[in-house]
Ligand binder design. Structure first.
Ligand code: Q46
Ligand code: ZN
Length: 291
């Protein structure tokens, strides 16, 4: 690990990884042992490894899996999550998108948005809602340094300043939003993959079928090319942003938020985008049924 100036054997790497996670949690004051932590798990290496490490460190961490209705991929990832929860002896909450709406493939067809953009919106909405319904004080996700640095780059390229004020490893609880944290934000993708492999975590290796189109992959590749030429850039790009740029944009609050008059979740308008989507899908269904 040249960017840490470390070369470790298997056992030392595993304990270094766990201590470093604890250090990151404390550095950004993400949560404490008193918190009830909900880990958003997808069945992939990052989220399952995060769940494992948090429980090993003594945090009260349960899992939440949102079934996205993406064919076999969703079925297989759900099985991995259930098996993993059993092996941990931990609780996992499972919610199926189809119970309230339809799956991502159907949603992609009826909206003008990409599958990933609708999916991201529904994940954020459900993580927040489910956490509050079950009394969790913080939602954590397995985002790693590659995820954070690549989305930062994509937003810098577009000078999306709104985003720059919201991008931080911990977002405090506010107006209907629970606290959110990313304890793996300082690990590269290689490091989390290595941890999951060395711990023998049985994660889903196949990618979501939509991920090939994801813009984030393009920006990750660009960052990896820069990293090859200038080692340490990825970490520096992200950490220096947190230190120098984020404080300048942090004050800029997003537009006013109000409780959605249908579901009560925080919303930029009277009715939140998810309820609008439900209304629309309902309409589509009625037309189809009547046809
Ligand atoms: S699950 Fe959802 Fe990802 Fe699949 S549809 Fe896109 S956002 S790629 S992390
Ligand atoms: Zn709503």
């Amino acid at each position: 690990m040249p960017h840490h100036r470390l070369a470790l054997c298997k056992e030392d790497f595993l304990s270094w990884f766990e201590r470093y996670t604890e250090r990151t949690i404390k550095e950004f004051r993400m949560f404490s042992k008193e918190d009830k932590v909900l880990v958003a798990v997808s069945g992939g290496k990052d989220s399952l490894a995060l769940w494992y490490v948090l429980r090993k460190l003594g945090y009260r961490a349960d899992g939440f899996y949102l079934h996205l209705g993406i064919g076999e991929y969703s079925e297989r990832s759900k099985e991995k999550v259930e098996k993993f929860a059993n092996s941990l002896g931990a609780k996992v909450i499972i919610k199926d998108l189809k119970e309230e709406l339809v799956g991502i493939p159907e949603l992609e067809k009826v909206t003008s948005r990409s599958a990933c953009s609708v999916c991201g919106m529904l994940k954020r909405y459900n993580f927040n809602k489910v956490a509050k319904e079950h009394g969790y004080t913080v939602v954590v996700t397995g985002h790693n340094l590659d995820d954070e640095a690549s989305s930062l780059l994509a937003n810098v390229v577009n000078w999306n300043t709104k985003y720059l004020g919201r991008k931080y490893p911990v977002l405090e609880e506010e107006e209907g939003f629970v606290r959110k944290a990313k304890p793996f934000c300082k690990f590269t993708e290689k490091e989390t993959a290595l941890y999951a492999l060395l711990r023998g975590i049985d994660f889903i290796e196949e990618e979501c079928p939509y991920s090939e189109d994801a813009t984030s992959i393009f920006f990750k590749e660009i960052l990896n090319r820069i990293e090859e030429k200038f080692p340490g850039t990825k970490m520096k790009f992200y950490l220096e942003y947190l230190r120098k740029v984020y404080p300048k944009f942090r004050e800029r609050k997003e537009g006013k938020v109000q409780p959605c008059k249908v579901c009560g979740e925080p919303s930029p308008a009277e009715v939140c985008p998810v309820c609008k989507l439900k209304e629309r899908i309902g309409g589509v269904k009625i037309i189809k049924d009547g046809a």
